[in-house]
Design a protein around this ligand. Structure first.
Ligand code: ADP
Ligand code: MG
Length: 322
């Protein structure tokens, strides 16, 4: 687009190159990268499209954060350490205010993970960002969806449900009056990245996935990948005190936790004999993990509330029906 090179130079080339595995960053036809020995390169692509994944008038700093956080989350879920990212961005017009905010959110998170922007493409069109991230994981140590075994315990990181509450605040103006509405909206955009936990789980977790579609949906990917079933205890789902106040009750908050998407927390399975040592290691690194269920041989997902089996349909998922 007009002024494309000025725009690229102004916004996308100023990140200092500090990584020794980047032989050549932006400016030529390709970046040149040095692949480390004995390492798999984990690669993932995610798009964020205005109107679908965020509203056009959303805070651009949060959009920059979210675009990258959703990609980093895929690396975390594999136990990979972030290294390189490339960006294809489509802009309706070169809007300095928007670009400054977007770059702030994007580069703050990139720098926090020593993640180098190595190239991209900039075009004019409907607002959208597509990122490809690459990271390193020692060969044989990647966390797959396919290793869960009957009897393994199911865990999640952090708190679940906040992201869906934040989305409600964004889409339903009446919810802006509820307690912690603006904080939950911020959390919808600014999820934590669980890279440190993914690395800690290398060689420990039997399977792992990041929660992007919602726990109930994502755990089924582990079930299918591993050819097993799972049992979840809804009353054990970790929910924040802010969400409990927002939903006016822990039980409703836990219903949010079951289905809330774009959480970017990890769901993983651990063989029983590793539960204690992983708990301890997580505690030492200040990483919150909660046991919420176990892997079964039933091939189906069963939900329990205080020991009682409950049916999916009885969960009152009204908030999630479109
Ligand atoms: P080409 O015509 O060879 O595709 P471009 O004109 O698209 O090159 O881009 C020029 C340089 O700027 C390339 O090195 C490219 O990687 C980089 N670049 C373009 N857009 C971005 C962006 N959004 N983020 C990072 N680097 C970018
Ligand atoms: Mg190009």
């Amino acid at each position: 687009m007009a002024g494309e090179f000025d725009l690229i130079n102004k916004y996308f080339t100023h990140q200092q190159v500090t990584r020794s595995d980047v032989a050549l960053s932006q400016g030529d036809d390709c970046a040149l990268l040095v692949a480390p020995a004995n390492t798999h390169i984990a690669v993932s692509t995610d798009s964020l499209i205005a109107g679908t994944h965020f509203l056009e008038h959303a805070n651009p700093q949060w959009v920059g954060h979210k675009a990258l956080a959703s990609n980093i989350s895929d690396l975390a879920a594999m136990g990979a350490e972030p290294a390189w990212v490339s960006m294809a961005i489509t802009l309706p017009s070169p809007d300095d205010d928007w670009l400054e905010g977007f770059c702030k959110g994007f580069f703050e998170l990139a720098n926090a993970h020593d993640l180098q922007l190595i190239g991209g493409d900039t075009t004019r069109g409907p607002l959208g960002i597509t990122l490809t991230v690459q990271g390193f994981v020692p060969q044989g140590k990647a966390l797959l969806r396919s290793g869960a075994k009957v009897g393994d315990k199911v865990f999640v990181s952090g708190y679940l449900g906040d992201s869906h509450a934040g989305l409600e605040v964004i889409l339903q103006p009446s919810k802006q009056q509820q307690p912690h509405a603006s904080e939950l909206e911020r959390r919808h955009y600014c999820a934590s990245s669980r890279v440190a936990l993914g690395i800690l789980l290398r060689g420990q977790a039997s399977s792992c996935i990041d929660i992007s579609d919602g726990l109930v949906s994502d755990i089924q990917h582990i079930m299918q990948g591993s050819n097993v079933g799972a049992k979840l205890h809804c009353d054990k789902l970790p929910v924040s005190s802010e969400l409990i106040e927002f939903t006016q009750g822990k039980r409703i908050a836990q219903q949010y936790a079951l289905k809330s998407g774009e959480e970017y927390e990890l769901c993983f399975t651990l063989p029983s004999h590793l539960v204690e040592s992983v708990h301890q290691a997580a505690r030492q690194q200040n990483l919150m993990i909660t046991e919420i269920g176990e892997i079964t041989d039933s091939q189906r997902l069963s939900l329990f509330d205080n020991g009682q089996a409950i049916e999916n349909e009885m969960l009152g998922f009204d908030h999630f029906r479109s």
